[in-house]
Ligand binder design. Structure first.
Ligand SMILES: N[C@@H](CCC(=O)N[C@@H](CS)C(=O)NCC(=O)O)C(=O)O
Length: 196
């Protein structure tokens, strides 16, 4: 808590020059620290912010910390699966990607106990790392209910709890739902047909 920052949102279809100068891969998110250094990759940024504002929000036990980091990496890959799900053109392609994502969610389901967080009672960086996926799935599911947590109730409860937190709700621009939904509508894919 309490790390001072300024934030700039980037139109990825129209990246400003100053952004391209500080973002080594031209991607968001990127953090520029006071001495001018640029830090990219969201998991690395999260660890960095946590490290300059201890305690670090990973489990203290090295084995547990490594397990958390590994599942954070796995969750990052799931964003790719969800990107393909969101952009599926046909019902068949959508069903195929849905089932791939469900298989991945099942692996995560095996890792969690009673919650409410991934590690139980304590909030950790892994909770925030899965939240963009949960937020996207929630908005996609509002367009067309595809029951993504039917086989993973614990992940479903984890997602619902994370999305109910004020810190999560205020972590995106106010009109994020509209912008995200509009980007799906524009794409002329399977999900978009439920909007048009
Ligand atoms: N693994 C990276 C992914 C970064 C990433 O792919 N960002 C996308 C937006 S979600 C981006 O900036 N894309 C713009 C582009 O590639 O031109 C992270 O977690 O930071």
């Amino acid at each position: 808590m309490g790390v001072p920052y300024d934030i700039e949102y980037i139109d990825l279809a129209n990246k400003p020059d100053w952004f391209l100068e500080i973002s080594p891969l031209g991607k968001v998110p990127v953090v520029q620290v006071n001495d001018g250094a640029s830090i990219f990759e969201s998991a690395v940024i999260n660890e960095f912010v946590s490290e300059i504002n201890p305690p670090v929000m990973h489990p203290a036990d090295p084995v547990e910390k490594a397990r958390n980091r590994a599942w954070i990496e796995y969750g990052s890959g799931m964003l790719g699966t969800n990107f393909r799900l969101r952009n599926s053109k046909t019902a068949e392609e959508f069903a195929e990607n849905r089932s791939k994502l469900i298989d991945q969610l099942k692996k995560v389901e095996e890792q969690i106990d009673e919650g409410p967080f991934f590690n139980g009672e304590e909030f950790s960086l892994i909770d925030s790392s899965y939240t963009p996926l949960f937020m996207q799935l929630d908005l996609m599911n509002k367009i067309h209910n595809f029951d993504i947590y039917a086989e993973t109730p614990k992940v479903g409860r984890w997602a619902e709890m994370m999305l109910s937190l004020d810190a999560v709700k205020s972590s995106v621009v106010e009109d994020f739902p509209e912008l995200f939904t509009a980007s799906i509508s524009k794409r002329d894919g399977y999900l978009g047909q439920f909007l048009n």
